[in-house]
Write a protein that binds this ligand. Structure first.
Ligand code: PMV
Length: 360
């Protein structure tokens, strides 16, 4: 296991003038939710997620040595066009990670990024986006220090991604990633995500996630503000303890493949996340009427067919419909027949468990 200090380099063996790298990194969907944090993006409770396969960010990073090393210097392009409004986020990211990548001010960077999912889908691209950028920066660091081990490379990439956006640290690897210290998970850490280290039952192989786009509008409350409202929240301590309990239960469920128990934890986690929002001060609601319509339809369909389909939610109104690969045909038919009407412009995205970031 690494400590934060292990990621602060002392010297590099190589020197590099210019070059470029390109990585893709996927989005992820949490089963046990991260909601609430301490200083420096340390989570208040552990979480676990499925890494996705299709919803991803592709980022090319070009770099060239510069004379003046006083400031960070970078240009940012989104889908080929300059994107000024993303720049403060990147500037802040560079400031946070400079201690870990002391070469940052030596280069001018050109960051060229695009998503495989529609821009206006309401899907947060911060997890995939920060993970893709972190991978590229680690490729540069590896070029400066070729002796770096693969383990160090990936764990540090996850640590950097975490400093960009907490849940991004779970987008570096697949297929199931936990983040946050948990006694019963070896090598688990608050600093970075780790691949779930135990057996995962066949039932979860190619597990499906169909994302129903209920509301693509700007969220009224950002997740940064939401996390912050867990300070002095009346139910915070109990909630953080519950996340540990649910993660322990999932360790057993991943091993034995009990989908009824899986569904109970996953749906309860989604509703608890939103319950925390509704019981914050100030309180807020991110679900929409159609979110609830969909949830009720899923429950009815599950009751009638005994097909183990369930839902989860992230910090928004969209619904992630989770189900085993073997039930794909019937669930997709159900979605087309009964749920598409609740989606904005009938839009939904088909995804499944994936393996993590890839160099292109
Ligand atoms: O990574 P952030 O700060 O955007 O927080 C994400 C929080 C949830 O998506 C609601 C839960 C999670 O664990 O991903």
């Amino acid at each position: 296991m690494f400590t934060a200090n292990d990621f602060i380099p002392t010297s590099y063996s190589e020197s590099i003038e210019s070059g470029n790298f390109q990585w893709s990194a996927p989005s992820n969907i949490a089963l046990v939710k991260y909601w609430g944090k301490k200083a420096n993006q340390i989570p208040a409770n552990p979480s676990v997620s499925f890494t996705l396969n299709n919803c991803k960010t592709i980022t090319k990073l070009a770099f060239a040595k510069k004379q003046n090393t006083d400031n960070f210097s970078f240009d940012l392009f989104f889908e080929g066009k300059p994107k000024e409004d993303f720049k403060p986020k990147i500037q802040k990211f560079f400031e946070r990670i400079e201690i870990y990548l002391p070469f940052l001010k030596n280069y001018h960077f050109t960051i060229d990024t695009q998503n495989t999912f529609p821009h206006s889908s309401g899907i947060a691209s911060s997890a995939s986006g920060m993970a893709a950028l972190a991978m590229n920066l680690m490729s540069l660091e590896k070029a400066l220090n070729p002796a770096m081990t693969e383990d160090y490379f990936y764990q540090k990439a996850s640590l950097l991604a975490r400093l960009g956006s907490g849940s991004a640290c779970r987008s570096v690897k697949g297929q199931v990633v936990t983040w946050g210290q948990q006694t019963n998970i070896e090598r688990s850490s608050d600093l970075y995500g780790v691949e779930f280290p135990y057996n995962i039952h066949e039932n979860f192989k190619n597990y499906q996630d169909t994302i129903l786009l209920v509301d693509k509008g700007e969220k009224q409350v950002s997740s940064t503000v939401g996390h912050d409202l867990m300070h002095n929240h009346p139910f915070a301590e109990r909630r953080f303890a519950q996340a540990h309990e649910n993660l322990d239960k999932l360790i057993v469920i991943f091993e034995n493949g009990n989908l009824d128990e899986f569904i109970k934890i996953v749906e309860s986690e989604a509703l608890t996340l939103h319950a925390m929002m509704m019981t914050s001060m100030p309180y807020f609601i991110l679900m929409k009427p159609n979110t609830l319509q969909i949830i009720n339809k899923i429950w009815k369909f599950r009751n009638e067919t005994q097909i183990p389909v369930c839902f989860t939610l992230d910090a928004g109104a969209n619904v992630h419909v989770l189900y085993p690969n073997k039930d794909k045909e019937s669930v997709l038919q159900f979605i087309k027949d009964e749920l598409v009407g609740y989606c904005q412009n009938g839009q939904y995205l088909c995804d499944e468990i994936g393996t993590g970031a890839m160099q292109l």
